[in-house]
Design a protein around this ligand. Structure first.
Ligand SMILES: [Zn+2]
Length: 419
């Protein structure tokens, strides 16, 4: 064994091409600790105490336990008052004390760790007492995720060990206005490119940005790319491959080139009915027969049929809050369960049901009640300026390629083998 060690050392020395003579190793070389820097200090110069603030414990008790007398504690507290209020330390928060390495083990530095990343240093090592905030360097590594829906989104994400934050990110942020997550279909699938954050390049501390995503829902592709198109506030938003903001508003009207022939009116009186109040719960858009009618927002078709006064109509559910309905069509172009995107043609202007002329009666449902869409405060979506689009398309080119290159996990179907 010893021979082997010597041989190895010889080899190492030879390989290092050093001219030093080979010396016999007789006693173990003392281990020189590698410098470990954290919070801006070389930890090797201190006795490091890691602990957590206990319930009811205060700053003075902690320092007292670490050999700082009361007058000194008082001096520290007063000096740092403006930058760190020691009365606000909370139980359960981890801290580190850097103490003298000698037999006194006297504390010199107190580090309060607000989070895995943020901390406050109270330095009373020398006569000048200081307190300042610090941040551990966070590095980001791009990661990919993909999944296929078999039951729901969180299951598809968490069963693969991905962070639940990605579920939140997709359902409540990126696609909140684009996809109705309560209507996901089996086989819908998604891909993501996101940042995994680390401190010290190794300790994961959460997810940074989701750079891009693709959700295939009901056979339609919904791309999302994070981009700062807003040159004033510099707030990033998600846009699709055409540069359309995913936080989209409803289209103002379901028909291009039309006019409102009758507004939503709860006190409408109609001569035909003897001037009795017949509330009009829709907004009528008049257009020639056969004019295409568009879905005003993304959603799922929940009704498509002919019924009484409504005639041929289609109803689309957009999310948990909003649905829209389109009446009197000459022809319907969508089926129940079909996913539609904003602007998709869902039918054509007609005169079916109770109507005196060709128009679409557009009904806007909010939480199950018909409201006037012209008086709704709908989420604002800032459209991308034309001038910005060329730079945007250039930016997403490689992102889209990377996204398209991600493969989907294989879903193993449960097969019942007859006994
Ligand atoms: Zn109407």
């Amino acid at each position: 064994m010893k021979k082997l060690t010597l041989l190895l050392i010889t080899l190492l020395i030879i390989s290092c091409k050093e001219d030093k003579p080979i010396t016999t190793v007789s006693k173990p070389v003392p281990v020189i600790p590698k410098d470990v820097y954290e919070f801006g200090f070389n930890l090797n110069n201190f006795k490091v105490i890691n602990d957590t603030i206990k319930s009811g414990e205060n700053f003075s008790e902690i320092l007292d336990r670490n050999h700082i007398d009361y007058p000194k504690v008082l001096e520290i507290v007063n000096k740092i008052r403006d930058s760190f209020n020691v009365r606000k330390i909370k139980s359960g928060i981890p801290y580190t004390i850097l103490a003298k390495k000698d037999s006194t083990e006297k504390a010199e530095i107190f580090i309060y760790k607000h989070s895995k990343v943020r901390y406050t240093v109270v330095n009373f090592k020398d006569s000048v007492i200081t307190a300042y905030k610090g941040k551990k360097p966070v590095t980001a590594e791009l990661k990919t995720a993909s999944g296929v829906i078999t039951s729901n989104l969180s299951e598809a994400i968490e069963s693969q060990g991905f962070s639940p934050y990605l579920t939140y990110k997709m359902a409540d942020d990126i696609y909140a206005w684009t996809i109705d997550f309560s209507r996901l279909q089996k086989g819908d699938r998604f891909k993501l490119i996101y940042e995994q954050l680390y401190i010290n390049d190794t300790v994961p501390v959460g997810i940074g940005e989701v750079k891009s995503a693709l959700f295939e829902h009901g056979g339609k592709e919904f791309y999302a790319f994070k981009y700062v198109a807003d040159t004033i506030l510099k707030v990033p938003d998600y846009f699709d491959e055409k540069g359309t903001n995913l936080r989209r508003q409803f289209l103002k009207m379901p028909v291009k080139f039309s006019r409102i022939s009758s507004r939503y009116n709860l006190r409408r009186r109609i001569a035909f009915y003897g001037n009795k109040i017949r509330p009009h719960l829709g907004t009528d858009f008049a257009a020639p027969i056969g004019t295409p009618i568009m879905a005003t927002a993304n959603g799922t078709v929940i009704e498509s049929r002919r019924k009484g006064g409504n005639g041929n109509y289609v109803k689309i559910r957009h999310n948990g809050t909003y649905s829209t309905q389109y009446l009197h069509m000459s022809k319907r172009a969508v089926k129940v369960g079909q996913v539609v995107k904003q602007g998709d043609v869902i039918g054509y202007i007609g005169m079916t049901g109770n109507t005196s002329g060709p128009h679409v009666c557009y009904r806007f449902w909010k939480n199950g009640v018909q409201v006037d869409p012209l008086h709704q405060k709908l989420p604002a979506a800032e459209p991308m300026k034309e001038a910005i689009k060329p730079a945007y398309f250039k930016y997403i080119e490689s992102l889209k390629n990377d996204l398209d290159a991600i493969s989907y996990p294989k879903i193993t179907e449960e097969i019942n083998i007859p006994a």
